[in-house]
Design a protein around this ligand. Structure first.
Ligand SMILES: [Zn+2]
Length: 94
């Protein structure tokens, strides 16, 4: 769920110039592989210009910028590495 995230759109003021990648017609999922992480659903295909989503976790204050091209191959979700509940070794149970 995306109930504790603040998602802000930063519009670059230009439409996309490059064609969408046909191998990702339903968007992509961004995952850096780091854990723990929070899954954030992005407002997919809600903009018309290229730009950035600034995603911030309200619990741990982690934030990330995600580039958007307003094309079908845009990210639909992201695994945002979370700073809370992190053990000293950085390992968590799956
Ligand atoms: Zn968090």
């Amino acid at each position: 769920m995306s109930d504790h995230f603040t998602i802000t759109w930063i519009d670059k003021g230009q439409p996309p110039r490059v064609a969408s990648d046909p191998s990702h017609p339903d968007g992509v999922h961004i995952d850096s592989g780091r854990r723990p992480a929070c899954r954030v659903e992005l407002p997919y295909m809600t903009q018309t210009n290229i730009g950035l989503w600034l995603v911030q976790c309200d619990k741990c204050r982690t934030n990330m910028m995600i580039t958007m091209a307003s094309r079908p191959d845009d990210p639909v979700s992201v695994m945002l590495p979370c700073k809370i509940n992190q053990t000293p070794t950085g390992k968590t149970k799956q």
